[in-house]
Design a protein around this ligand. Sequence first.
Ligand code: PAF
Length: 202
Amino acid sequence: IIKTITDIREVIKTWQAAGETVAFVPTMGNLHAGHLQLVRRAKENANRVVVSIFVNPTQFGVGEDFEAYPRTELEDQEKLKKEGADLLFLPSVIDVYSSEANTNITVAGLSEAYCGAFRPGHFSGVATVVCKLFNIVQPNVALFGRKDFQQLTIIKMMVRDLNIPVEIIGVDTVRDPSGLAMSSRNGYLTEDEKKVASMIYY
Ligand code: PAF
């Protein structure tokens, strides 16, 4: 477990100097079977697997669930240990966002459509933090769930547009037996709401 940018850079530099490749799985924690599937696929695609847990404040709008977002760090650590991840990166908000930061990344167009039309600024927050994490970790490949298809597409566009040297791999959605896609926010739903939500299949 590493908490600072300086320390993670040091470890990754050592791995890369030894010729090892790095796969990266960025998350906001509260890990479920979908995340663990990303870790498994990551292991198939590189010598080392880095997972980050960072509840990114800039992708939450006013009145959204930043404070209430489920934080289950100890359980998450156990799951990642069992799955065989090599490194868990747990940065602080202050380490990721300097108070003097003035730069944001927006993938214009798609970020304002679909889900983005209801969550102004959300995809800029996602693109900015993912770009920062890529610069910190410098992975060879990074894995994202196809469940968040708009997010996956925006990240692929950002990597293309900014010539970021990382391969983006989309991983199939993991579902509950009812068909409901696994999501950290499913914990907010009542049993009745879960039944309704399971009808939304794609
Ligand atoms: O999908 C998520 O969990 C987040 O949007 C991500 C990609 C980790 C960025 O904070």
